[in-house]
Design a protein. Structure first.
Length: 658
């Protein structure tokens, strides 16, 4: 017997005949199957079957449906387990079906197998038939309860991942025609999917068909207008394919970085330094949505006619997702009352709609208004922004270093990007997650931060480096190379790179899932936990706990100085206590991998099992005072990516602004 859920719900018998299931019986099978052989409470089954229209005796009604399902199982599988698959427990019922006894389980197994292959031909051979097994939407026509709804969301996300992986493999093999056909089909079902749109235009451009790429984009724009009430941005028409077009298309900042010469870091404000230029590079092309009745910016993008201060309060698209953008530059935004009510109104809508917020602060050579009126406006704005903390992500991009170094920075944003004309050095700003020396880099960094906050999943290219060489006992590990061997495409967004290089912090993706990385860097001071490094790590852990991003901790640090801990009070005064406090407070999945040294108090500070880590593994060469029996296992370096991805696979995270 095989249960079919990738389309109409059905049961395939041993002889190949299919019995389709509908009504209450379909709802019951879907809820039980979604529990993956675990017990589903009778109350939950009653809620899925009846909702608010429950009968007078719902538990008896559920039992009657279970009895009918047992009879059906006996008919569907007369020579197998049949009715014995449906177990009655004290609190509810469980349906014993293995992963490979359903088409959904088979599809997920094939997707997992494709993830392990780096050969494009093998990926195509695996994913092409796997995607053909879909007969329609998950559980098509079946009313969904809480469990089956989560199952459907998970399977649809896996289907999108498989489609993107197949398209990437076809592009690598030069199978542009097949890639175009597959991607067009995918966009008909998901017309607003930014990743599929980029891949489709890449396939058309690589095959020398720029005019068709433009027509496809226009069709996508029409679909967006029909679905959302407004057009998608227009992609500028290209006369002929250029060499730069042969590479995968990324967001507009990437195109600008490829086409422009690097800016000179002269230590002075140049003509490119303005909030107008920052806004132009930060957001996608297309007019914003405003709530003040003012007309949108003319043209197909947010470009303004001047390069001076620009006041903004609107909802833009960044990376294809809606983001509220406000500025703190001038005395009053155009089209807004001078008391700032327009900005307050757009921020209130962002709170209700759960839209991420980007805050642009400062203007080179411009000083904001002063006086009682200006102060009142600023306080109202700060109050609105503070109310968003923990509700939606807030990213601040600032030209004003004085603001970044003040207590106001925490009120304006959860993560801060500082743009200044001189190269960040020893006097780097302690409250900035990222410091850049050009407006281009600042806009790109802000987009990257928002990408991690908005999208909890993205396509998963293989890592860039291999970890097989990290096997010799006692050798120092280049932690950046280790991260490149774990993260998708070997790429990660390093946070506070100019601070305390003995500890590395950043954001990455592992098989498409976002993860926060905190890692000792033994190539600098042996990876010692200096007071500055402790503060850097604690800030990163707090940030990821706020954003609900899982933590991966890579440990290789010498022992911390300090005596025996005689009580909780003395513990809080010991070196590293702030980082320990952050790990203890973070209510997110935490996975620790010991790659080198990890002993005593330093091990406890760096996310040990006693400190709340959900799983602790060690590489073969790791030196730790934890007995092997107390570890969750010793794993080969090259297995780290698969282990972490498996542990984080069931964690959905918090999707904001999608």
């Amino acid at each position: 017997m095989r249960i079919l859920v990738l389309g109409l719900l059905g049961v395939e018998r041993v002889d190949g005949t299919i019995s389709y299931v509908r009504g209450f019986q379909a709802v019951l099978i879907a809820e039980l199957l979604a529990a993956d052989s675990m017990v589903v409470s009778t109350d939950r089954l009653a809620d899925a079957l009846y909702g608010e229209d429950a009968p007078r005796q719902p538990l008896r009604a559920v039992h009657a449906h279970v009895t009918r399902l047992r009879r059906a199982l006996r008919l569907w599988e007369p020579e197998g387990p049949g009715a014995e698959r449906l177990l009655t427990k004290a609190t509810g019922y469980a349906l014993k079906v293995s992963a490979l006894e359903s088409d959904a389980g088979e599809f997920l197994a094939e997707l997992s197998r494709a993830r392990t292959h780096t050969d494009a031909e093998a990926v195509v051979a695996i994913l092409e038939p796997a995607l053909r097994s879909w007969r329609g939407p998950v559980l098509e026509g079946t009313p969904m309860g809480a469990g089956s709804g989560r199952l459907a969301s998970r399977l649809e996300a896996a289907r999108r991942e498989a489609a993107e992986q197949l398209a990437l493999a076809r592009l690598e093999l030069g199978q542009y025609a097949q890639a175009v056909a597959d991607l067009e089909d995918g966009l008909l079902e998901n017309p607003y999917d930014e990743s599929l749109s980029r891949l489709l235009m890449t396939a058309l451009l690589r095959s020398g068909r720029p005019s068709e790429a433009q027509r496809v984009e226009q069709r996508i724009r029409r679909a967006s207008r029909d679905g959302l009430g407004g057009p998608l941005p227009v992609v500028p028409r290209q006369r002929q394919p250029r060499e730069a077009d042969q590479q995968p298309i990324r967001h507009p900042v990437d195109r600008i970085l490829c086409q422009r010469q690097p800016l000179q870091r002269s230590g002075r404000w140049g003509p490119e330094w303005s909030s107008a230029r920052l806004l132009e590079l930060l957001v996608d092309h297309g007019p914003p949505v405003r709530l003040d009745g003012s007309s949108p910016v003319p043209g197909d993008g947010p470009v303004v006619a001047h390069r001076g201060p620009v006041d903004v309060a609107g909802i833009y698209r960044i990376g294809g997702s809606p983001v509220t953008v406000v500025s703190v530059v001038g005395d009053a935004a155009p089209g807004h009352s001078r008391d700032g009510q327009g900005i307050v109104r757009i921020l209130e809508y962002a709170r209700k709609a759960r839209l991420p917020v980007a805050v642009l602060v400062g203007e080179p050579g411009h000083r904001p208004g002063t006086g009682a009126g200006a102060s009142a406006r600023q306080v109202r704005l700060l109050h609105s922004l503070v109310q968003l903390r923990g509700v939606v992500p807030r990213v601040m991009v600032s030209f004003d270093e004085a603001v970044m170094r003040s207590p106001v920075a925490a009120a304006l944003g959860d993560a801060c990007v500082l743009v200044r004309p001189d190269q960040p050095g020893p006097d780097s700003c302690p409250t900035a997650e990222i410091e850049t020396a050009s407006v281009l880099e600042g806009a790109a960094s802000a987009r990257d931060l928002l990408h991690f906050l908005i999208r909890h999943w993205a396509p998963a290219p293989p890592p860039r480096a291999t970890l097989e060489r990290f096997v010799s006992h006692g050798s120092r590990v280049d932690m950046r190379t280790a991260i490149a061997g774990i993260a998708d495409a070997g790429d990660w967004l390093e946070i506070r790179a100019g601070h305390s290089p003995s500890l590395l912090t950043g954001l990455a993706r592992i098989e498409g899932k976002r993860v926060c990385i905190v890692a000792n860097n033994p190539l600098v001071s042996d990876g010692a936990l200096t007071p500055e490094a402790v503060g850097k790590g604690a800030r990163m852990v707090d940030l990821c706990a706020l954003w609900n991003i899982p933590l991966l901790v890579l440990v290789d640090t010498p022992p911390l100085p300090g005596g025996d801990v005689s009580g909780v009070g003395s513990m809080l005064e010991m070196p590293g206590s702030d980082l320990l406090r952050a790990f203890l407070s973070a209510q997110v999945p935490k996975v620790t991998v010991i790659v080198g040294q990890a002993q005593g108090w330093a091990r406890l500070v760096m996310g040990a099992g006693e400190s709340g880590a959900d799983a602790v593994y060690a590489w073969p060469q790791a030196q730790t005072d934890v007995a092997d029996g107390a570890l969750d296992g010793r794993i080969a370096p090259q297995a780290t990516r698969a282990v972490v991805s498996t542990l984080l696979g069931a964690y959905p995270g918090r999707m904001v602004g999608v």
